[in-house]
Design a protein around this ligand. Structure first.
Ligand code: ATP
Length: 133
């Protein structure tokens, strides 16, 4: 089976760099499956798990926003944060989810609301990805 190099990079570190068979990401326009030799493209990503197929294995990474760049020779995901299921602290994510929900119900100004919405999405993404262990 043919492969391509997938790199997942955050401002802190390179989280992932391996040859993979396929990935599925959530772009702003919907789910996108990327196979080797995909045409080059750049798309913003939603806060969602990325699915990675590698041989018989399926891996997941909780990707927080950012972009995906499909190049001729590799695919690069640049995200604000990215965690493997095993590295996710579910209690912390649950606490973040509760905080965000409280802020959303408090109906403060719009900036606070948007910030809380994003925090809620990050927390839910982490909880979902951790459950895929
Ligand atoms: P919190 O309110 O719990 O800090 P957050 O969504 O504001 O959550 P981020 O700003 O997205 O956190 O991330 C800051 C750093 O902490 C990143 O390195 C991220 O990978 C890590 N991180 C955040 N939440 C978790 C978690 N539940 N488990 C493991 N690492 C986490």
């Amino acid at each position: 089976m043919s492969t391509f190099l997938l790199e997942v990079v955050t401002p802190e570190r390179k989280v992932y760099a391996q040859d993979v068979n396929m990935i599925v990401v959530k772009g702003v326009a919907g789910e996108l499956g990327i196979l080797p030799n995909h045409i080059p493209l750049v798309t913003p990503l939603k806060i969602a798990p990325v699915t990675i197929k590698k041989g018989n294995a399926t891996e997941y990474i909780a990707v927080n926003g950012g972009f995906m760049e499909v190049r001729k020779d590799k695919v690069v995901i640049l995200a604000e944060s990215a965690e493997f299921p095993g590295d996710i602290d579910v209690e912390r994510a649950r606490a973040a989810k509760e905080r965000a929900e409280k802020r959303l119900s408090a109906k403060r100004d719009e900036v606070d609301f948007r910030r809380a919405e994003l925090a809620l999405q990050r927390a839910m993404n982490r909880i979902e990805t951790a459950s895929k262990k």
